[in-house]
Write a protein that binds this ligand. Structure first.
Ligand SMILES: Cc1ncc(COP(=O)(O)O)c(C=O)c1O
Length: 419
């Protein structure tokens, strides 16, 4: 079959929503500064879709630092890849501070989290090694594992018993190949909001020989006494062998880092292809990163405010009958029973009639058959925004239960039938 013909017939799991939802549910255009209130289609909405947990993206000191660095260095500096011509004192300083903050010997910056994680996995394992990873891992982990030439096993989502069974299988393979075992999980599963069971996973180290890689994109800055993430929260930061976080959440920026033992970070620095063969993180983000980290460390009241908001929003939604699954982090998923179209009609009602903007999340971002509205409380939301949002959810609750959105879907008589 002609490649283009096949593509025309099957636009892919997300592409199937293009005609129905582009510009509204997928690729929506928000206007104004990122914050608790933005504009959508000309109207103000309370905005719950930014992973700006600590509200740093509009912090005056952050804006000033970014702007100064951009004025001084431009957006291109440093040239090329770190290894060729892109090394600076500032990159090294940020790495030193990130290593200290995450309780590791060394850290290395990554130009983007996604590519960084792909290359961390690719560089860490040889074809004799075995990877054991959570079946619901973020796409960057899945894609990193795809590059692996050796054996891999998935374990059931956040299920330590299933992990143990797969470690036993992995041990058998490793005994034959002479390789080692790499376990990969997220510190926080960013859609459903559960913390990875790091403590239980780390305890398995007493019985099995493996290295643990944790993607803590949503834990960094939000969990743990100092904000060092899910490992700190669960008291097992030292059991994480390779720690990773993006800057695209609490750090309100872009780029990422990996931290761990000195020798391992040095090895990664010389072997991560997406870093060696791509441009280094640019100066405004590195100098701006130092400022963000300083705020994160020195202003604990920002994290306290975030958690005040998280509790108020999550308790309020639960009291109003909504199912938030088993989130134990800031990520606030509202599980919806029904079809994807019903969920989009509900989200549309929230946006148009109550001025509340949430994301609608479906497969392939979460497992097939699951639908959720995802709200991310941040430190910059205020009580007023939470109260208005809770009132809106209260108003739609009855409609949802009485089949109002189901009826609407029927009336629309859509030809489109999502997977
Ligand atoms: C769990 C997780 N890992 C990795 C990434 C990718 O990071 P980046 O946006 O820096 O590429 C994300 C999304 O930002 C994420 O949610």
């Amino acid at each position: 079959m002609d490649i283009f013909e096949r593509i025309r017939q099957n636009p892919g799991p997300l592409g199937q929503f293009a005609d129905y939802g582009e510009g509204y549910f997928v690729f929506p255009k928000l206007e104004g500064r990122i914050g608790p209130r933005m504009k959508f289609q000309g109207k103000e909405v309370i905005f719950w879709s930014a992973n700006d947990y600590l509200g740093l993206c509009n912090h005056p000191e952050v804006i000033e630092t970014d702007a100064k660095a951009a004025a001084e260095y431009g957006m291109f500096y440093p040239m090329g890849a770190r290894a060729m011509s892109g090394e600076t004192e500032y990159h090294q300083q940020l790495e030193k501070e990130l290593a200290e903050f995450t309780g590791k010997e060394a850290a290395y910056l990554l130009n983007f989290g996604y590519q960084g994680m792909v290359s961390i996995i690719d560089a860490l394992v040889s074809k004799n090694d075995v990877i054991v990873y959570d079946v619901d891992s973020h796409a960057c982990i899945v894609d990193g594992v795809r590059l692996h030439m050796g054996k891999r096993f998935t374990y059931r989502h956040n299920d330590v018993e299933s992990l143990e069974k797969n470690l036993q299988r992995a041990e058998k393979v490793a005994a034959e190949t002479g390789g080692g075992i790499l376990v990969i999980t997220e510190g926080v599963f960013g859609m459903r909001g559960q913390q990875g069971k790091l403590k239980e996973i780390a305890a398995l180290k007493d019985h099995y020989n493996f290295r643990l890689l944790v993607d803590d994109a949503h834990g960094f800055g939000t969990l743990g006494k100092t904000g060092a993430g899910a490992g700190e929260e669960q008291g097992v930061q030292d059991k994480i062998d390779v720690y990773f976080s993006t800057f695209a959440k609490s750090m309100a920026g872009f780029g990422a880092f990996v931290s761990g033992d000195k020798e391992i970070i040095r090895y990664l620095k010389y072997n991560m292809r997406s870093q060696i063969f791509a441009k280094s993180l640019t100066m405004p983000m590195v100098i701006g990163g130092l400022k963000r980290l300083e705020l994160l460390r020195s202003r604990p009241e920002i994290k306290d405010k975030l958690w005040h908001n998280v509790r108020k929003l999550q308790n309020g939604l639960k009291e109003r009958g909504f199912n938030l699954g088993d989130t134990n982090t800031c990520v606030t998923p509202v599980f919806i029973e029904g079809t994807p179209v019903e969920a989009t009609l509900l989200a549309k009602d929230l946006r148009e009639n109550y001025g509340v903007f949430t994301s609608v999340v479906v497969y392939p971002v979460i497992p097939k058959g699951m639908i959720l509205l995802r709200l991310i409380p941040t430190a910059s939301h205020g009580d007023a925004e939470i109260d208005e949002t809770l009132a809106a959810f209260e108003a739609i609750y009855d409609k949802l239960k009485n089949g109002y959105y189901k009826e609407k879907e029927r009336e629309m008589n859509l030809e489109f039938k999502p997977l």
